[in-house]
Design a protein around this ligand. Structure first.
Ligand code: C2E
Ligand code: CA
Ligand code: CA
Length: 661
């Protein structure tokens, strides 16, 4: 609030009237104010007393200017007082030649202006003051001058629009953008031509009596760039630069919405490189990464611009083909993609040959949302990989049903493990020369509450896929060791091991613990492994096998003849027993070829000092044949199915009784 302070003088400059507030203002000389006394005299006393800091050192000049102003009034002027106050003085002539003076204390206003000036000039944020009418820059702080790179005199004469890259309105004309809370975002150009993104905050103010805008200009170029990089990274695969799964889903979702309106079909293809893992393992990750890059560009160049290619897994790509009219269009593209990937790649001097498998789902028939289509294309891919690697297959509804059944199986299997329902049954192994039981093979059994006994051929693959095989395998081993410890001392126990149990790394301790806990001597335990395990040719697996053997445990080769049957692995690891697969036993009686093979295997075993066991003996004829060929041991329904421990103990009792008798 301004307080009015008034005084009046006659034509000779003598005091006529003054109010109390006027007297307060000039407290030091107020006692001199008398009607008839000359203003010039009190003023001179005041100057001498130092009441007017502006007069110090140039007292006469100041006095004469002040008195000159008094008698030629018509404007305003400011006056500083010794106590720091600033007074605005406005004087007017009266009709009789006298003067009326009005004074306003503007100290606070001046202080505000001063602190604003400091805040403006020293602010690290670039700021300018801009006239509202002609949009000229009226003032710029140091930060603005140095950030934009113009010389100050040039800068302070430019129009604000000269900074703008392309926009033609004044910066305050635009609506603030939502994500910059209250700021407007503009493109500006620096003196050296560099374009920058600027967030502009603005306030109205009066500058030198002109309506103006104060603009804070915050350079957000780097932040925008970083945001754009992040946005790109969150939607793309860093190795190939292709869209990732998140972006693929978005695109597919958008396309499906469009195609529903237009009635076109959309094909989704899941592409998987069949042998990528082995290439990666053999030639290293650098080669693997380059291969993926090359595969990506070959796939890309086989596509039309409007088709989308994404990388969704280590060696998995997805193609979205738009505007499909007939399934033949999809087949043609699938073939083209297989051909593109199927050729030779030359990477760092290595000639690499890859093949791919493709699974295809078509919208709208196979699903009308992105997730469903991707899932169904993936199911089709699993089918291709299982039955026809290197080719393509289309999704069929039966696959979905199978996949659902598999999921249900997994849920039930977990419950069965928790409830300890899985138990071993035991099938005897017979010494063919004496007809005596030499041991038993533990075979897992799952009595299902509604489905009856589920065969291992159905759930072991699910257990292997889900990793549950480690828990199941460990449980069966412990359980079987405990029960076998109750058998006579010369009866052995055979337990099947899945290759997956070798990968987790703790198989050795699982076996040692089972033996320790049960008290079963290691020499009575046989572990059955398959050819595929040795085909992996892994240091870790071989080391585990040797460590197991060092415990005294024996090793059997299961399902002999069904795998790759490359006999060289028999040299890589010493095997104690070969179990010849049932398929070689089946037609033994009437089939000369089958007999010749069996004879050769038995001969091989004899040569290597390895026991040969025939699996799946169902008839006496088969048994007779095997005996004749000199096969050591047999197993099969002819002797017994796998039975629970209760029956086994009885069986062993009978054998003991026969022996005694
Ligand atoms: P396998 O190791 O070859 O086991 C022999 C399979 O042949 C058993 O089937 C057995 O019941 C069956 N078999 C025995 N004699 C005859 C016969 O005379 N004729 C016919 N047709 N079949 C006969 P099962 O119990 O269904 O087991 C199937 C496979 O499941 C096993 O084949 C084995 O690979 C796997 N398996 C069973 N239990 C386990 C286990 O505890 N752990 C692991 N990892 N795999 C297991
Ligand atoms: Ca077996
Ligand atoms: Ca077998």
């Amino acid at each position: 609030m301004f307080c009015r302070r008034a005084s009046s003088f006659d034509a000779e400059g003598r005091y006529i009237l003054w109010n109390k507030k006027y007297a307060e203002l000039y407290g030091a000389t107020a006692h001199l104010f008398k009607p008839g006394r000359k203003f010039a005299d009190t003023l001179r006393i005041g100057v001498a007393a130092g009441s007017y800091p502006e007069a110090v050192g140039r007292e006469e000049e100041w006095l004469s200017r002040r008195l000159d102003r008094l008698f030629h009034p018509g404007g305003r002027h400011e006056q500083k007082l010794a106590d720091g106050r600033v007074i605005l003085i406005e004087e007017q002539l009266t009709s009789d030649g006298g003067v009326i003076g009005l004074r306003v204390d503007i100290t606070e206003l001046k202080q505000r202006e001063e602190s604003f000036r400091l805040l403006f000039e020293n602010n690290p944020v670039p700021m300018v003051v801009c006239a509202l009418d002609d949009e000229k820059i009226l003032a710029a702080n140091d930060a603005a001058v140095s950030h934009y790179g113009y010389a100050r005199p040039d800068f302070e004469h430019m129009g604000i629009r000269n900074l703008q890259a392309s926009e033609t309105e004044a910066p305050w004309a635009r609506e603030p953008s939502g994500d910059e809370n209250g700021a407007r975002v503009w493109k500006h150009v620096k003196a050296d031509g560099t374009p920058i993104d600027v967030a502009i905050y603005s306030r109205h103010l009066t500058h030198d009596n002109r309506p103006a805008m104060l603009l804070a200009l915050i350079d957000i170029t780097e932040r925008k760039r970083a945001e754009a990089r992040l946005a790109f990274m969150s939607q793309h695969d860093s190795l190939t630069g292709l869209p990732n799964r998140a972006m693929l889903r978005d695109r597919l979702g958008g396309l499906l919405a469009g195609s529903r309106r237009g009635g076109q079909k959309v094909a989704v293809m899941c592409i998987d490189l069949d042998n990528f893992k082995s290439i990666n393992d053999a030639l290293g990750h650098d080669v693997g990464d380059k291969l993926l890059g090359d595969v990506a560009s070959r796939l890309r160049s086989s596509l039309r611009d409007e088709d989308c290619l994404a990388r969704v897994g280590a060696n998995e790509f997805v193609v979205i083909q738009q505007d499909v009219e007939r399934p033949e269009d999809v087949v043609m593209l699938a073939k083209r993609l297989l051909e593109a990937v199927g050729g030779r790649f030359l990477i760092e001097g290595h000639a690499v040959i890859v093949s791919a498998s493709i699974g295809i789902a078509l919208a709208p028939g196979d699903g009308d949302d992105a997730d469903k289509l991707l899932k169904n294309a993936d199911l089709a891919l699993s089918r291709t990989k299982a039955h026809a690697r290197g080719t393509y297959s289309f999704f069929e509804p039966a696959m979905d049903a199978r996949a659902q059944a598999r999921r249900q199986m997994e849920v039930d299997l977990r419950a069965a493990i928790d409830e300890r329902i899985l138990r071993p049954h035991y099938q005897p192994l017979i010494d063919l020369a004496s007809g005596r039981i030499t041991g038993f093979e533990a075979l897992v059994r799952w009595p299902h509450p509604t489905r009856g006994m589920i065969p291992p051929s159905e759930f072991i693959p699910v257990a292997e896929e889900t990793g549950l095989i480690n828990i199941i395998g460990g449980n069966i081993l412990r359980h079987a060791c405990n029960e076998a410890a109750l058998w006579p001392n010369d009866i052995s126990l055979a337990v099947n091991l899945s290759p997956l149990q070798f990968r987790t790394g703790n198989l050795l301790s699982v076996v040692m613990e089972a033996l320790n806990q049960s008290g079963l001597p290691a020499r009575r335990l046989e572990l059955e492994i398959t050819e595929t395990l040795l085909m992996e040719n892994s240091e870790h697996i071989l080391a585990t096998l040797h460590a197991l053997r060092a415990l005294g445990v024996r090793m059997s080769m299961d399902d002999f003849g069904t795998g790759y049957s490359s006999l060289s692995y028999l040299r890589s690891f010493p095997i104690d027993k070969i179990k010849v697969d049932r398929s070689f036993v089946r037609d033994l009686a009437g089939n000369k070829d089958a007999q010749a093979i069996m004879r050769a295997i038995i001969g091989l075993g004899r040569g290597l000092g390895v026991k040969v066991t025939a699996e799946g003996i169902e008839t006496v004829d088969e048994l007779a044949c095997l005996r004749q060929e000199g096969c050591h041991e047999g197993q099969g329904f002819l002797f017994s199915h796998a039975r629970p421990q209760r029956d086994i103990l009885e069986m062993l009792e009978r054998q003991k009784a026969q022996l005694v008798a």
